[in-house]
Design a protein around this ligand. Structure first.
Ligand SMILES: Nc1ncnc2c1ncn2[C@@H]1O[C@H](COP(=O)(O)OP(=O)(O)OP(=O)(O)O)[C@@H](O)[C@H]1O
Ligand SMILES: [Mg+2]
Length: 487
C-alpha cells in the first residue's frame, strides 16, 4: 500500500502550490572552489538564498546557526566525511533535503548517500539544468512535507464538532496518511467496521484538501434503489422517466471539482459498477435518457465496511473498479483496537451533549471502567449513542452504569460480581478521572489482584472480569514484568 501511496503522492499528482514569497535556503558544500562557486551561482540565479563552504566543520556550524532547506554536498572520493554529514543530517535536521554530488565512477558513494537519507544525487560533471531540476524537486518535496506536517498537527489537535478524536498509535498512523492523502485529489477508499468514522474521515479529507471550498456530495449506495443512484450520480434529461419534468445534473457533474462520497460502495450493483467505471475512466457521463455526454470533474472518496477484495474474488465487485477506487486506502481501526482512546472519546461526547442539553454531565468511574473493557461492536457510533442515551435518561449530572445500555450494564455487573476487590475509589466530586489517574487505578487494581492470588495471572484475570489476553496486554502496556516485585 505504501508503494501506491508514494506513487499517488509523487509530485505530478500533488496540485501545484502557488509559489509563495518564501525563499528556500541552500547550503553548498564542496572543497573545489570553482565547483562551489558555479553551483552557488546557478542556485542563486534560480532564486534560492545560497551559502557555501568548502569545509565540513564550517558546514556543521552554518547548519547549527540556521537550518538550510536543501543541502548540496560533495562526497569526495577516498574519504567518508561527506557520507558522515549526510547521516548526521537525517538525525539532526530531518527536514532538510540532501542532494549528494559524486564524481563519475563513484556510484557506490551515491548509493551509500541515498541509503543514509539523501533524497537525490548528481554525478559530476552535470549540466546546469540537471542541477536546477534536482533543486526544484527538492524544494517541491520540502513544500509538500511542510504542508503535510502542518496538516498532521491540525488533525491531531482538532477539537469540537467534526473533530477526529484519538491519540492512540493507530490514530497517529491514520493522521500521518490522512495528512498526505488530503493534499492530493486522488481517489481514496475508506475501509472500516460500522461506526468507525468512515464518513467523518471522508469529510475531513475533503475539508483539508485543495478543493475544500467546492461541494462535498454524499451518495448512499446502500439505501438508494439502483435507478435512483444512477440518476443521482449521472443526472437525467427532461422526460427520461415519469416525473422527470426537467433536466437535472448528476452529482458527478455538480461537484465541479469537489468530492463525491460514495458511501457503502460494496452495495453498488454490478450494472452500476460498470457505468461508474466508464464514467471515471472517460471523465464524462451520459445522463439518464440523454444521447450526449457531459464532462465531470470530481474527487471520489468511497467507503465500505465490506471486504471488497474478497468481493472481487467472489465476482461480486468489479476488479477494475476496485483498483480505480483503491489508489490509496485508509483502514480505520475498530474501537476495541484502540481502547486507550475510549476515555478521550467519552469526554468528547460528554462535552458535546452537555452543550446540547445545557447540563453538565460527568461519568462515574464504574461506568467508564466498564466502557473501557467493553468490545464496542458498533464502535464510536455505539459509544456516542451510549453516552447520549445516558445523558437523556439520567436525572443526575453523574452518569452511572445503570444509565448505560443493557449490553454494557450486563458486562459491568458481571465484572463487579467477579471483582471482590474494590478497584476504584470514586473521587469526592465524582468527576471523570484524568487519563493518567484512570491508568494508575487500573494498574493498581491489576497488581493487587495478582498479588492477592500469589501471582496466579489466570485467576487474577477471572477476578478482574477481563480475558487472559487483555490482562497480558495490560501488563505489557504498564511495563509490569514481575507483578510480585513491581512497586
Ligand atoms: N475518531 C472519532 N472522533 C470523534 N467522533 C467520531 C470518531 N469516529 C467516529 N465518530 C463519530 O461517530 C459517529 C459515526 O461515525 P461515521 O458515521 O463517520 O461512521 P461510519 O464508519 O460511516 O459508520 P457506518 O458504517 O455505520 O456508516 C459520527 O457521529 C462521528 O462523528
Ligand atoms: Mg457511514
Amino acid at each position: 500500500m505504501l508503494e501506491t501511496l508514494e506513487h499517488a503522492l509523487s509530485m505530478d499528482f500533488i496540485p501545484q502550490f502557488a509559489e509563495t514569497a518564501v525563499q528556500f535556503h541552500v547550503l553548498v558544500v564542496d572543497a573545489d572552489p570553482a565547483m562551489r562557486s558555479a553551483c552557488s551561482q546557478i542556485a542563486a540565479s534560480l532564486g534560492y538564498a545560497v551559502e557555501s563552504t568548502g569545509d565540513m566543520t564550517e558546514a556543521r556550524s552554518l547548519l547549527r546557526g540556521h537550518t538550510s532547506d536543501i543541502l548540496l554536498v560533495n562526497l569526495p572520493a577516498g574519504n567518508n566525511r561527506g557520507i558522515q554529514l549526510v547521516s548526521e543530517m537525517k538525525v539532526l535536521y530531518p527536514e532538510t533535503a540532501v542532494i549528494a554530488m559524486t564524481a563519475s565512477g563513484s556510484v557506490a558513494a551515491a548509493v551509500e548517500a541515498m541509503r543514509c537519507g539523501a533524497s537525490d544525487y548528481l554525478t559530476k560533471p552535470f549540466a546546469m539544468d540537471e542541477l536546477s531540476t534536482v533543486l526544484d524537486r527538492a524544494a517541491q518535496n520540502h513544500r509538500t512535507e511542510t504542508k503535510t506536517r502542518r496538516l498532521r498537527e491540525r488533525l491531531r489537535h482538532s477539537e469540537g464538532l467534526g473533530a477526529i478524536i484519538g491519540h492512540s498509535v493507530e490514530m497517529e498512523k491514520l493522521y500521518r496518511i490522512l495528512s498526505k492523502v488530503a493534499l492530493s485529489t486522488h481517489p481514496v477508499l475508506v475501509l472500516g467496521e460500522s461506526g468507525t468514522g468512515k464518513e467523518l474521515i471522508a469529510r475531513t479529507i475533503h475539508a483539508y484538501g485543495p478543493n475544500a471550498q467546492k461541494p462535498f456530495l454524499p451518495v448512499d449506495c446502500g439505501s438508494l434503489v439502483p435507478t435512483l443512484i444512477e440518476s443521482e450520480l449521472f443526472g437525467y434529461v427532461k422526460g427520461a422517466f415519469t416525473g422527470a419534468n426537467r433536466s437535472k445534473d448528476g452529482l458527478l457533474v455538480s461537484a465541479e471539482g469537489g468530492t463525491v462520497f460514495l458511501d457503502e460502495i460494496g452495495e453498488l450493483s454490478l450494472d452500476l459498477q460498470a457505468k461508474l467505471l466508464r464514467a471515471l475512466q472517460e471523465k464524462e457521463v451520459r445522463p439518464v435518457g440523454a444521447t450526449h455526454r457531459v464532462p465531470i470533474k470530481a474527487r471520489i472518496v468511497a467507503a465500505t465496511n465490506r471486504d471488497l477484495a474478497d468481493m472481487v474474488e467472489r465476482g461480486a465487485f468489479r476488479k477494475d473498479l476496485f483498483y480505480r477506487l483503491n489508489v490509496v486506502n485508509l483502514r480505520l481501526p475498530s474501537l476495541r483496537d484502540r481502547r486507550e482512546d475510549i476515555p478521550l472519546l467519552a469526554a468528547h461526547f460528554l462535552d458535546v451533549f452537555s452543550n446540547q442539553y445545557s447540563r453538565k454531565f460527568t461519568l462515574s468511574d464504574t461506568a467508564l471502567r466498564t466502557m473501557m473493557d467493553y468490545d464496542w461492536p458498533g464502535n464510536v457510533r455505539e459509544l456516542q449513542h451510549a453516552v447520549e442515551r445516558a445523558c437523556v435518561l439520567s436525572s443526575e449530572s453523574m452518569l452511572n452504569l445503570a444509565d448505560m445500555p443493557t449490553e454494557l450494564r450486563e458486562q459491568g455487573l458481571e465484572a463487579e460480581r467477579a471483582t471482590q476487590v474494590n478497584l476504584v475509589e470514586i473521587g469526592p466530586d465524582g468527576a471523570l478521572p484524568s487519563l493518567k489517574n484512570l491508568a494508575d487505578l487500573e494498574r493498581d487494581a491489576i497488581l493487587n489482584a495478582i498479588r492477592m492470588l500469589h501471582g496466579d495471572k489466570l485467576a487474577a484475570a477471572r477476578l478482574l472480569g477481563i480475558g487472559k489476553t487483555t490482562l497480558y496486554r495490560k501488563l505489557k502496556e504498564y511495563g509490569i514484568a514481575d507483578p510480585l516485585r513491581q512497586g
